[in-house]
Design a protein around this ligand. Structure first.
Ligand code: HPA
Length: 273
């Protein structure tokens, strides 16, 4: 399926018709970070299912709605519930959320996810500010005919995770009880967790954390000129880093333990970017 500019615009126009908020910052919340959305003042909620041409969210722990409102006086459009490749969407469909956010008028995009740690110096409950990513798995959300209104056919991704926003994120981290790192996120398509051999390979390649989201959104944002700030909440050590299987509730469990401190941190970041 090749999408035209009008396809995305129809979704955005519908959202804008439902609220007078004109958001400057877009936020996409990862697993367990739903509670952050409760900090949005004067919220207008729009379920994805009501938006023409939009996708519907099937992943556990992902609510499936836009929430527009304000945080510390900043106008935001927050997506509670995101879309993953493993749900069956193709790479091109995964361009929809960020392009719609762009058409709502945002200039900055904040992404959060749950991730496994490859770096043995990390612990569950830590947060990694993403400085760059590795996506060797095929495909791009920008594959297919280029939609010129969003950006050029070939585009630069050498500063995707905007340095100036990371500076602010680091400063805000100083007053948070959370342990922060800055590192490289590697995309794996899922839905299976990785094998220990894949994790060893990821480490050799330079990855600090791995997960199944975020990169398609960051790439779409880079194409249409948005600044990006992305956080990986470390919910578990990756396969083979510690003994025993990955999963079994630890992802959701860690995410919910950190949700409150991470939400406060996010609030301070949003007020400064
Ligand atoms: N691997 C991939 N995705 C994840 C993980 C993991 O270990 N933890 C949370 N999301």
């Amino acid at each position: 399926m090749n999408y035209t500019y009008e396809h995305y615009k129809k979704s955005a126009d519908y959202i804008l018709s439902r609220t007078s908020i004109r958001p400057e910052i877009g936020i996409i919340l990862g697993t367990g970070l739903g509670p952050f959305a409760q900090q949005i003042e004067n919220p207008v909620e729009i379920p994805y299912s009501e938006i023409p041409n939009f996708l519907t969210s099937s992943a556990p722990g992902h609510a499936g709605k836009f929430i527009l409102g304000t945080i510390e006086g900043r106008s935001v459009a927050c997506m509670s519930g995101r879309f993953h490749f493993y749900e069956g969407y193709d790479m091109e469909q995964l361009s929809i959320p960020v392009r719609v956010l762009k058409l709502l008028g945002i200039s900055r995009l904040v992404l959060t996810n749950a991730a496994g740690a490859v770096n043995t110096g990390y612990r569950p409950g830590d947060v990694m500010i993403i400085s760059d990513h590795i996506k060797l798995y095929g495909g791009s959300p920008m594959r297919g005919p280029n939609v010129e209104q969003f950006g050029k056919r070939f585009f630069d991704v050498s500063d995707m995770y905007t340095a100036a926003l990371r500076d602010i994120a680091r400063k805000c981290a100083e007053s948070s009880p959370i342990r922060f790192h800055e590192g490289i996120y590697m995309f794996f398509p899922g839905p299976q967790f990785e094998t220990p051999a894949e994790i060893r390979a990821a480490r050799v390649l330079g990855a600090d954390a791995i997960g199944m989201s975020t990169v398609t959104e960051a790439l779409t944002a880079a194409h249409c000129g948005l600044s990006v700030l992305a956080f990986a909440l470390i919910t578990n050590m990756a396969a083979g880093v510690k003994k025993g299987p990955v999963g079994g509730g630890e992802v959701e469990e860690t995410a919910s333990k950190v949700a409150s401190a991470f939400s406060s941190y996010m609030k301070s970041v949003i007020s400064r970017i």
